[in-house]
Ligand binder design. Structure first.
Ligand code: DAT
Ligand code: MG
Length: 157
């Protein structure tokens, strides 16, 4: 890899319960991987109520908070830690599309595959700082692998 690890950004991706139930797990991972993000951790898991409340702490007290927690804990998810160079977190958010799928651009995951905010298929960290924190909430260090992908030099400048 031609870039230092210091330049890498991390994002927590969650393939949410609706996406897993709809058989869209592969489609969602495919789009993010094809964009160039490199998988550094991945697991199929049931999100506990405790982890859900921690993950969505910024939304505590909002009217949709309880619905959000019950949605993310309603059925298993696939959690991924992904990384890329500068701007990778912003790029992943664009690939995911606007929070409210009916406003999401066609070509984005939500814009192509979802309609409603409470069934928006996928989570992605909003900033590099959020990415670091959220990945740490979902993955232990032992579950994360720093590795060199053979084609990194063709994706990371
Ligand atoms: P995002 O998931 O795009 O990062 P967010 O962090 O603002 O969006 O909110 C987290 C989740 O909360 C979002 O995926 C869906 C839900 N949510 C946000 N705003 C909402 C609203 N106004 N009504 C209902 N659900 C909402
Ligand atoms: Mg968010």
């Amino acid at each position: 890899m031609s870039m230092g690890e210091d330049n890498l950004e991390r994002t927590l991706i969650i393939v949410k319960p609706d996406a897993v139930q709809r058989g869209l797990t592969g489609e969602i991972i495919r789009r993010l991987e094809a964009r160039g993000l490199r998988i550094m951790g991945m697991k199929f898991m049931q999100v506990s109520e405790e982890l859900a409340k921690k993950h969505y702490a910024e939304h505590e007290g909002k009217p949709f908070f309880n619905g959000l927690v019950s949605y993310i804990t309603s059925s298993p998810v696939v959690a991924l830690a992904m990384q890329g160079g500068k701007g990778a977190v912003a790029a992943s958010r664009n690939t995911i599309g606007s929070t409210r799928p009916h406003e999401a651009a066609p070509g984005s995951i939500r814009g192509d595959l979802a309609l409603e905010v409470g069934r928006n298929l996928v989570h992605g960290s909003a900033t590099p700082e959020e990415g670091l924190n959220e990945v740490a909430n979902f993955f232990s260090d032992a579950e994360l692998i720093e590795w060199e992908r053979n084609n990194d030099a063709w994706i990371f400048e």
